[in-house]
Design a protein around this ligand. Structure first.
Ligand code: ADP
Length: 485
């Protein structure tokens, strides 16, 4: 393949906006292929064909293949669809028992499901090749749900080079090693599985880390944090082991995610009174009035939180400081769903100050857009944050982030310029920074300057798509599949 030819990359994930989205990976899957195509990479995506997706778009069945999974011969149907107006081809893989929904029946069932998906992706590449259709030069895997693809690609002699991007090291896909029988993999193939952790279990992300041609993550700071074992997780043994074994590319590169400017644009957002840098003050004020009226809140400086209700996101910091921040005469609106224990602790906090804090424990695209388009500040007190998209979306909407100094938050927020950073896990630093932000809000000239600076930042995929392209080329070059002469 000559370098002038377009690189063909198959991007694999378990969610993709706008068809099926649980969090940031859905945003990335929905927007990165589009951005890559704009910089000359022939990128396509592949996801499971969940039931929820089937009502959302018009697809075309392009064929089917069979895979040997355990003692069964399973049929996988391949549908091809296109994302919105940008026409990114997406392959949807359909198999009723394994790919129609994400199992909530225990982690082993989930592991089996995604092992099936990974095997199906490897067969998809083979299927496309056999049909003389589009054949990927590289498979870009994302998170543990596609962690077995590098290994399966070798085992099934596909030998397509792979990149594994880690979007969150805390989710690793631990489960029973019975899945190996389903995949017909022998222990000898898998010495990495016994990486000195729990030999009775399989760790899908760990497998990906050990077998992928290259590993990346979603910000430079998070790459540093995980390479230096900041969170003392057994998976660091694997990262260290990989570093030793592959001296030439042991480094984990960090490429910051971008946001989809077609979806996140205050000037075309159908859920809000639209605005840009020139008229944001009046329009945001209108949005805020509407929001506060609908929630029964008085007109005060308004802070929001949007995200999964999970330990990672630092809601415990907000709960611990609630009394102190509420005494500053502010509103706080929380949107998120997840851990019922954390939700309960938020409900208890609200009971103490129901006139200033509201929470909606749901997943609502509409309310998320409204909060970005009406709040004065967004709180992002994460204990760790690989990249984080909400702070970037918020800044594009002129909503200043108050965020922990960690991972992608540190890499995307310029303290006191387009947002505020506080020392992570420190309630003292959080309250101090919160007060500083409020003082700046009251000094409207400085606040205005910061908002306009935040709205002017470039959080599009443009730069990062180029970085991925460069990385793909390096991987292909190292895999001797490309001549750059
Ligand atoms: P993570 O991937 O860790 O969940 P990110 O900050 O990378 O966090 O991305 C979160 C994405 O999910 C953003 O697009 C955010 O707007 C969206 N989101 C999170 N929770 C909700 C919710 N309850 N309702 C609507 N959108 C949500």
């Amino acid at each position: 393949m000559k370098s002038r030819m377009k690189i063909k990359v198959l991007i694999v994930g378990y969610e993709i906006a706008p068809f099926y989205k649980c969090g940031g990976l859905g945003d990335v899957m929905g927007s990165l292929p589009k951005a890559l195509r704009q910089v000359g990479v022939d990128a396509r995506a592949v996801v499971p064909y969940y039931q929820e997706i089937s009502s959302k778009f018009e697809e075309k069945k392009i064929g089917e293949f069979h895979i040997h999974f355990g003692s069964k011969e399973e049929q996988v149907s391949v549908y091809e669809g296109f994302s919105s107006e940008k026409r990114v081809p997406i392959y949807f893989l359909s198999n009723r028992p394994n790919l129609s929904h994400i199992s909530h029946w225990g982690r082993n069932k989930k592991i089996d499901q995604f092992a099936f998906f990974d095997l199906a992706v490897v067969h998809l590449a083979q299927f496309l090749k056999n049909k003389g259709k589009w054949v990927p030069n590289l498979i870009h895997c994302n998170d543990w749900q596609s962690g077995l693809i590098p290994l399966l690609s070798r085992k099934h002699k596909l030998n397509t080079p792979t990149l594994l991007s880690i979007h969150n090291l805390a989710y690793q896909g631990w489960g029973s090693r019975n899945v190996l029988n389903l995949l017909h993999i022998k222990d000898e193939d898998l010495k990495e599985l016994k990486c000195g952790v729990k030999v009775s279990e399989i760790n899908l992300l760990g497998e990906g880390i050990m077998h992928a041609n290259f590993v990346s993550t979603v910000s430079k700071t998070y790459a540093f944090e995980i390479s230096n074992g900041e969170n003392r997780d057994p998976i660091h043994l694997l990262i260290q082991k990989r570093k030793k074994e592959r001296r030439e590319n042991g480094k984990i590169s960090g490429i910051l995610n971008g946001i989809d400017y077609d979806v996140w644009n205050p000037n075309s957002d159908r859920f809000i009174n639209q605005y840009d840098k020139n008229n944001w003050q009046a329009q945001k004020e209108k949005n805020k009035k509407e929001l506060l009226t609908s929630l029964g809140l008085d007109d005060r400086p308004t802070f929001c939180f949007i995200g999964r209700i999970d330990m990672q996101k630092g809601l415990d910091v907000i709960v611990k400081c609630a009394k102190r921040i509420v005494s500053l005469n502010i509103n706080l609106v929380i949107l998120g769903s997840g851990d019922p224990n954390i939700e309960r602790s938020i409900k208890r906090t609200i009971q103490k100050c129901p006139l200033q804090i509201k929470a909606e424990f749901v997943y609502s695209e509409e309310l998320a857009h409204k909060l970005y388009g009406s709040s004065d500040f967004i709180l992002v007190p994460s204990h760790y944050e690989p990249c984080g998209l909400i702070q970037m979306i918020a800044m594009r909407y002129g909503t200043l982030p108050i965020a922990s100094r960690t991972g992608g938050l540190k890499d995307s927020i310029k303290n006191n310029i387009n947002g505020f950073l506080f020392e992570k896990d420190s309630t003292r630093s959080f309250v101090k920074t919160f007060k500083k932000a409020l003082r700046i809000y009251q000094n409207s000239q400085k606040y205005k300057k910061m908002v306009e600076r935040a709205m002017s930042e470039d959080f599009s995929w443009r730069k990062s798509a180029r970085r991925y392209k460069k990385l793909y080329l390096e991987i292909l070059k190292k895999s001797s599949l490309i001549s750059l002469s």
